[in-house]
Design a protein around this ligand. Structure first.
Ligand code: ZN
Length: 242
């Protein structure tokens, strides 16, 4: 009898421990739901956004990723999305989709704008650049090497980054529009022979949501390096308030 009681107690302890650890691991590892939207011109969107960035975000269970290059499907996916990562220069024509993106941001969900999405892509949608991007780019240096400098080392998005690195990309001439939403510059870029310095990684100050702009990202020289991958993972965590 006594043996049975000891066995029962042991069994209950084991079950208890099992349930407890399972519960903890589930809550600690809740993945963020990221919707990557890409597509358009001048970039290998499948390679660098559908594959490389999605893999970067899935690592260690940080995120579950849905990828689409069908901009008309954005509104369909947003109700199951924590972070919207726009990296398309393909037009978002539908009024409903545009409204859904703004409603998502107004509801406080996180937004990341990658390289192609920081261009002035849509003349008929100035609210996009003004309120979500804080400005935009209309030109870039010819693809080549330049320097990235972290100018705000205390921001969550810049944690774990080398303070200065040289990489190859298209140096976007992103300009903040003084009439647009304010920005907070985290990383700048500069190149020998030019006294122009442009924001490379920045926060767009939105009253409701957290928004991060990442001007880097033309090809492997950004997507495959630790600097870029750390920025992207930090940005997803930060805009999602995690
Ligand atoms: Zn590019």
């Amino acid at each position: 009898m006594k043996q049975n009681i000891i066995f029962l107690a042991l069994l209950l302890t084991m079950i208890g421990t099992g349930c407890g650890s399972q519960k903890n691991s589930v809550s600690a590892k809740k993945s963020l739901r990221v919707l990557i939207v890409a597509g358009g011109s001048s970039h290998d969107f499948d390679k660098w956004y559908k594959q490389a960035d999605a893999e970067t975000l899935r690592k260690d269970g940080l995120a579950t990723v849905i990828y689409t290059d069908n901009t008309d499907s954005i509104a369909y996916y947003l109700p199951q999305t924590d972070v919207l990562y726009l990296s398309n220069n393909k037009p978002i024509k539908s009024v409903e989709t545009r409204q859904a993106i703004f409603a998502f941001v107004d509801a406080g969900y996180g937004l990341i704008l990658g390289h192609p999405a920081l261009w002035y892509n849509w003349k008929d949608w100035p609210e996009y650049n003004a309120q979500l991007a804080g400005g935009g780019a209309t030109s870039h240096d010819k693809y080549g090497a330049f320097e990235e400098t972290v100018v705000n080392t205390s921001h969550p998005v810049t944690q774990g980054l080398e303070q200065k690195i040289t990489l190859k990309d298209e140096r976007y001439h992103y300009e903040h529009d003084p009439k647009a939403a304010e920005i907070e510059v985290l990383v700048t870029n500069s190149v020998a022979g030019s006294d122009k310095i442009y924001p490379s990684i920045f926060v767009v100050k939105n009253p409701k949501a957290r928004i991060v702009g990442i001007a880097l990202g033309h090809d492997a020289e950004s997507h495959d390096i630790a600097f870029y991958q750390t920025v992207l993972r930090n940005a997803v965590k930060w805009v999602a308030h995690k």
